[in-house]
Design a protein around this ligand. Structure first.
Ligand code: BG6
Length: 487
């Protein structure tokens, strides 16, 4: 067996070892092992990986678990790549509250500089683990990456930040939001600021509303007990969708550093007034209460729609509508920017009017961009919307997976795709009124777009658009092709 030092990177700046707390859990099986494998294949993983958990495993058992997880997910499994990864894997067994665990870990890490501790464990244990790490003298020069959920409300988020900050500096902490590792989410910054045909019109002069939709065509499955204590607002809106909103609304970062970007996102949140509960609709799909782990009289929402505002020069008067739901008609996540209507066009005749232009960024599945323009209709003097759409994969190739990218960045100490203490607290401030006064939860049928009451939320503004779906064949419609389908 190789000793840790033998597989440690030669690069003096790089992370000396990745230590994963909770390696025997679900997330590791579904995401982490595969992300590590992909990094190994690309030559991006250069340090040992130490798994820590309570289960009675050995190094060999860890390797077998990793292999099973990767084989189940990877269509191009390579024994050669896996062997390289397996040589890096070590296991330390122990209870997270027991200081002997940290003694054993310290021994396993002897000679290692700048470890990265990745906490894939319940947030209630974050405080304990970082304190124990500090007491064992393991936090000097270390970084700590923590999984979501980051808090349950504003108080718990502050408390969690306090526990981490007791022993760590902010620049040692990496808070994961896997949406920030999605290529189209990162692309928002580029699309907006690297295109002279978009940035000058990206404001209240030209835009009438922004709609952010996240629909999932499956229910809460086997996560009933987790989900029932959380609900859609905490599960995907406070974190993922507000981050997307910030990228769609922020000013251009003044530099390339992590804080240049995070300052601009935080400025957006600071300009968002607290959510008014009457500007929201909560729904629950029929059958949810029968899911294992869900309370028989649960009022947890599996759907939520909101209206937010950004009170600044760029956005005053432009509503940002966000909706997210489980058990909906399709799986699709998109940002849709709806422009103002063109003025009356005399040449179209008295009653006809041209549709509002739209820019649609599809985040999932099959990321793409669609521009809705008006052209002459096939008959008479009518105007008809046409769509210029493109698939990012067809144009740019397959990007890294979110977890692969985030672990890679964390190993190199790049904080740009991780959330900051003040930003997280701002997002909780925005949604807190709805957590305090949630109001009724309305039933909706599975396989629909949620409760019909959500239509009332957008009254006076562009109606909810059915999301722009990928072509059924799987391959996206040809890029840069004008089509006459309705998104
Ligand atoms: C997770 C939520 O954070 O994000 C899940 O807990 C949700 O409920 C998931 O399904 C969606 O992420 P993705 O990347 O699969 O769209």
């Amino acid at each position: 067996m190789l000793r840790l030092q033998e597989v440690t990177s030669k690069d003096s700046e790089a992370t000396g070892a990745l230590v994963i707390f909770g390696i025997s859990g679900d997330l590791a099986r579904k995401m982490t092992f595969h992300a590590l494998y992909r990094l190994e294949r690309r030559g991006r993983l250069t340090c040992p990986v130490v798994g820590v958990a309570m289960d009675d495993w050995t190094d060999e058992h860890l390797r077998a678990q990793a292999r099973a997880a990767i084989e189940g997910l990877e269509p191009r499994f390579s024994k050669r790549v896996f062997t390289r990864l397996a040589q890096r894997l070590r296991y330390v067994r122990g209870n997270f509250e027991d200081q002997r665990t940290y003694g054993a870990l310290k021994q396993a890490l002897s000679g290692v500089q700048r470890p990265l501790f990745y906490l894939e464990i319940p947030p209630s244990l974050f405080g304990t683990v970082v304190k124990q790490l500090a007491a064992a003298g393991l936090t000097d020069g270390a970084r700590v990456m923590v999984e979501k959920p980051f808090g349950y409300d504003i108080q718990s988020a502050r408390k969690l930040n306090g526990q981490l900050r007791e022993v760590l500096d902010e620049d040692q902490i990496l808070r994961i939001d896997h949406f920030l590792g999605k290529e189209p989410v990162m692309d928002l910054q580029f699309l907006r600021f690297a295109n002279d045909i978009l940035e000058p019109v990206w404001n209240r002069e030209h835009i009438s509303a922004v709609q952010i939709s996240m629909a999932e065509d499956f229910g809460v499955e086997d996560r009933g007990s987790f989900y029932d204590a959380v609900g859609a607002l905490r599960d995907v809106v406070q974190n993922h969708l507000l981050q997307v909103m910030a990228l769609a609304a922020m000013e251009p970062p003044a530099g390339a550093d992590a804080d240049d970007l995070r300052n601009k996102k935080t400025d957006v949140f600071r300009a968002v007034p607290e959510l008014e509960p009457e500007h929201s609709v909560r729904g629950q799909y029929e059958g949810y209460r029968k899911v294992a782990g869900v309370g028989r009289r649960s009022t947890t929402e599996t759907y939520v729609a909101l209206r937010l505002a950004v009170d600044n020069w760029r956005w005053a008067g432009v509503p940002f509508f966000i909706r997210a739901g489980k058990a909906m008609a399709e799986r699709v996540t998109e940002v849709r920017v709806v422009f103002r209507h063109p003025p009356h066009l005399a040449f179209l005749g008295r009653s006809a009017r041209a549709e509002a232009n739209q820019v649609i960024l599809r985040i999932d599945p099959q990321p793409g961009l669609c521009l809705v323009l008006n052209s002459k209709g096939s008959e008479g003097r009518s105007s008809q919307p046409v769509h210029l759409d493109l698939s990012f994969a067809a144009e740019l190739g397959r990007p890294a997976e979110p977890y692969e990218r985030l672990i890679d960045d964390a190993l190199r100490g790049d904080h740009r795709l991780f959330t900051r203490e003040d930003t997280v607290e701002e997002t909780w401030r925005i949604v807190q009124p709805l957590l305090d006064s949630p109001g009724p939860v309305l039933p909706y049928r599975q396989g629909t777009w949620g409760p019909s009451e959500a239509a009332g939320l957008v009254r006076g503004h562009p109606a909810w658009h059915e999301p722009w779906l990928p072509s059924p064949a799987g391959g996206q419609s040809t890029s840069r092709r004008a089509t006459r389908r309705k998104p």
